[in-house]
Design a protein. Structure first.
Length: 461
């Protein structure tokens, strides 16, 4: 018997009350299982779970009514095409044809609505033209991610096009099934069979077998999943709004320069500032010792991609053995401190390292280790604010590979009010950050719920 609990689907037990409901095996049902159905005070939140329960039950009952078909048997699947050299066909003519590229896709987007470039009609004749409502898949890198077109246009050979499916499968259902664990796992396996570079070709897509219930059942499943996606979008909007509030009040609270009781101090006066390169023979001693897997007696090698603000990822690319760590105490992170990205696109990224997990400082970062009486959280807020970011931008050099020197950072002058006022400011801003973190946790849970139920709803066994 399969039992699904509040923890297994990411539902917080503090929010939802649950009641176990046993579904007995009927004709076409594969097994006895218990699903915990959740209810909250409002019917708006209660309804999705009841609907999911109903459809999962019916999906098992009606498994004999579901057809399994290859995608290539129910639609047109073709690779895109690129006129070459493409630069000869790019045009600024408003009557040109939309040229759809991966850069036209927003992160986590479902639809493609606009394009940055157009191509001539001559170029379009040598490409693959698609219409609103058609699907495209990326066939390398982040392969297998489906997008729905909300604009006509042409695609290059980095895309796979899917069209002419509407009589058999709804657009919403196709989108969900292509994103499902069933299809994504199959594509990942097949795309990696050919070698190191993952590549999803048209033949793999055509040969993919998916479950196809009636259009009525497809629409019912999509309607339930849209309840979850609507909730996810609502949480994203709340997070965006709360973050704007936090940034507004942070910038207001930290507009302190020239005010009574506020001292101006350099970061060099308040802290020890070093990078992994400062005074150390990195190439001969540290680099050769890096491990690509976590091992006993080794700590994470923290790089700029492993932190943003107060979020840190300790599942790093490299780890440093303890016998090497002990030779370089100045770049060991074991107490609360500030990290600052100093090279490349992430320059100005400020991290408030909590000191709870011992780490080793990686490249393109400087660490600011403050004196004991300094409120590190206050300095973090200052350097993250418009004031601190303006200081960083003013000393950033280089167009291709932007950099800022440790010496410039030491000379940054920041406003320091009384210790009591620093604590008050941090407390106010902490309230906003805690609210954002809570919403982000809810978003993560709701995303897990959506993915879990999507896979359950699309299991017809």
């Amino acid at each position: 018997m399969n039992t699904y609990t509040a923890h297994s689907v990411g539902v917080p037990t503090s929010v939802y009350r649950w009641n176990p409901l046993t579904i007995k095996p009927l004709s076409g049902a594969s097994s006895l299982f218990t699903l915990l159905v959740y209810s909250s005070a409002g019917s708006a939140e209660r309804e999705p779970f009841a609907l999911v329960m109903n459809v999962i039950t019916n999906s098992n009952i009606m498994s004999n009514m579901v057809e399994w078909k290859k995608l290539g048997d129910i639609m047109s699947i073709v690779r895109g095409a690129s006129p070459r050299p493409i630069k000869n066909y790019i045009t600024n003519d408003p009557d040109g044809i939309n040229w759809i590229k991966i850069g036209d896709v927003s992160p986590n987007a479902k639809y493609i609505t606009t394009t940055a470039e157009k191509i001539t009609r001559e170029g379009a004749a040598k490409s693959r033209h698609l219409n609103v409502g058609d699907f495209i898949l990326s066939n390398s890198m982040s392969f297998g991610r489906p997008y729905i077109l909300k604009t006509d246009g042409c695609i290059h050979d980095g895309w796979i096009a899917m069209s002419d499916f509407e009589k058999i499968i709804s657009s919403g259902y196709l989108y969900e099934v292509l994103n499902s664990e069933l299809v994504q796992k199959y594509w990942k396996k097949k795309a990696n069979d050919g070698g190191a570079m993952s590549n999803l070709n048209s033949d793999i897509v055509r040969g993919t077998i998916i479950p196809i219930p009636s259009l009525e059942e497809q629409n019912r499943i999509v309607g339930i999943l849209e309840t979850f996606t609507d909730s996810i979008e609502n949480l994203k909007k709340q997070i965006e709004q709360r973050r704007k509030q936090y940034e507004f009040y942070r910038d207001q609270l930290l507009d302190l320069e020239g005010k009574e009781g506020v001292e101006m101090k350099t970061l060099g006066e308040l802290s020890l500032i070093v990078t992994k390169q400062t005074g150390f023979d990195y190439s001969s001693k540290i680099k050769p010792a890096l491990q690509i897997k976590s091992i006993d007696n080794a700590i994470p090698f923290l790089q700029t991609k492993n932190f943003t603000g107060r979020k840190f990822d300790y599942n790093t690319d490299y780890y440093v053995p303890t016998h090497i760590v002990n030779q370089f105490p100045k770049i060991v992170l074991d107490k609360k401190c500030l990290l600052l990205s100093i090279v490349g696109a992430s320059i100005g990224n400020v991290g408030l390292f909590p000191g709870t997990t011992k780490c080793f400082l990686g490249g393109a970062i400087c660490v600011l280790k403050f004196h004991e009486d300094i409120n590190v959280h206050y300095i973090y807020e200052i350097m993250s604010s418009w004031y601190g970011q303006k200081l960083i931008r003013s000393k950033t050099k280089g167009a291709g590979q932007a950099t800022i020197t440790v010496e410039d950072i030491r000379n940054f002058t920041i406003p320091l009010p009384s210790a009591k006022e620093q604590t008050r400011i941090v407390s106010i801003l902490d309230t906003f950050e805690a609210s954002i973190s809570n919403l982000e946790a809810q978003l993560e849970q709701r995303q897990k719920q959506y993915e879990y139920y999507r896979n359950q709803l699309l299991t017809f066994e």
